[in-house]
Ligand binder design. Structure first.
Ligand SMILES: NC(=O)c1ccc[n+]([C@@H]2O[C@H](COP(=O)([O-])OP(=O)(O)OC[C@H]3O[C@@H](n4cnc5c(N)ncnc54)[C@H](OP(=O)(O)O)[C@@H]3O)[C@@H](O)[C@H]2O)c1
Length: 302
């Protein structure tokens, strides 16, 4: 299959409505979209409520050519206690949004998660492509998978992009639930020893790099499902060690199992995504995770 790839310099500016603009990804998307010349209408939670169809109608007079949904219910463990709330934000809201976008002949970009692959993999482990069969094992991942299906079914010009373990500077300003890097840095300054899960392999991803890739993707007509993470993979324990090494914090990281950690929601043992489809669409893979982490740490305010 061939896609029409249009690079930043050539792409015509679009009028973009960005839902979730104060979240981790939303903040970096807003900056990157504006940088390449798009006209962006930034919508925070106070401006639009995904679960309220009448609220979604604020989009109509704005006449966007593209709507980006970077908002979500992201509290993975809490969702086990309130699955209906997760479903409302992550699936039913996006379904209404997708229907409206189709009606307005507008494009839609929606963001999903590697957690749709929840069941332990077979003996031979290889990154999941977009055609792999999902197997969600938590209320959060079920709600996100339902959202993907609704968006793809209801909006003919939609992009659905699965990503993993996001970290962005907006977390420092209180966006969303925070992120793993900031949690490690905080705990690493308080303690000499930390126990970190070592049996979940995935690819935590910088929102700066993801935003850059998404801005390239929207300049194409490669609608459908895409995987987008930084390159490579690691366990959370390996990631924590890399964070402390780069941040020059002397912390002993003790590997533990998912069972020992005891989180309420089930997490995938392996959810590495094969991002080669996106790389062929936008002309390059996202940067390696070591490089992304080093840039993130260097960009943090002292
Ligand atoms: N974070 C991760 O590790 C991760 C991993 C894989 C995939 N993803 C996906 O990537 C996307 C971006 O994640 P992120 O980490 O940037 O999220 P985030 O920082 O938690 O931001 C989400 C934003 O959505 C807003 N929001 C929540 N409920 C809403 C509602 N009902 N209506 C309108 N806005 C609402 C939040 O506003 P308030 O805070 O004001 O409520 C917040 O600004 C999401 O689709 C997420 O599922 C994230």
């Amino acid at each position: 299959m061939k896609w029409r790839v249009v690079l930043d310099e050539e792409s015509s500016p679009m009028r973009v409505a960005l839902i979730g603009s104060s979240g981790q990804l939303g903040c970096d998307l807003l900056a990157r979209l504006q940088q390449v010349g798009h006209e962006v209408i930034a919508l925070k939670h106070a401006d639009i409520e995904l679960t309220d169809e009448s609220s979604l109608r604020v989009l109509e007079p704005l006449c966007p050519e593209l709507v980006i949904n970077a908002a979500a219910y992201n509290l993975v463990d809490k969702a086990e206690d309130e699955p209906a709330a997760a479903l409302a934000v992550n699936a039913l809201g996006p379904r209404s949004l997708a229907r409206l976008c189709e009606f307005w002949s507008c494009r839609l970009l929606h963001v999903s998660t590697d957690y749709v692959f929840g069941v332990p993999p077979p003996a031979i482990v290889k990154p999941y492509s977009e055609t792999a069969v999902p197997s969600p094992t938590s209320a959060y991942s079920v709600s996100k998978l339902a959202g993907e299906h609704f968006v793809l079914a209801e909006c003919s010009r939609s992009f659905v992009v699965r990503t993993c373990g996001l970290y962005g500077l907006a977390a420092l300003r209180g966006a969303g639930k925070g992120n793993f890097v900031e949690t490690m840095l905080r705990l690493g300054r308080e303690r000499k020893q930390l126990r970190v899960v070592d049996d979940q392999r995935c690819t935590p991803t910088s929102t700066v790099d993801l935003a850059d890739a998404l801005v390239k993707l929207i300049a194409t007509d490669a609608f459908g499902l895409h995987h987008a993470t930084n390159s490579g993979s690691m366990t959370w324990c390996e990631f924590a060690r890399a964070i402390f090494r780069l941040a020059k914090l002397d912390v002993e990281v003790i590997p533990i199992t998912t069972v020992e950690f005891g989180a309420k929601a089930k997490r995938p043992a392996y959810s590495v995504l094969d991002c080669s489809k996106l790389a062929s669409v936008i002309g390059e893979p996202l940067p390696d995770w070591h490089d992304a982490l080093a840039r993130y740490l260097a960009s943090r305010p002292a």
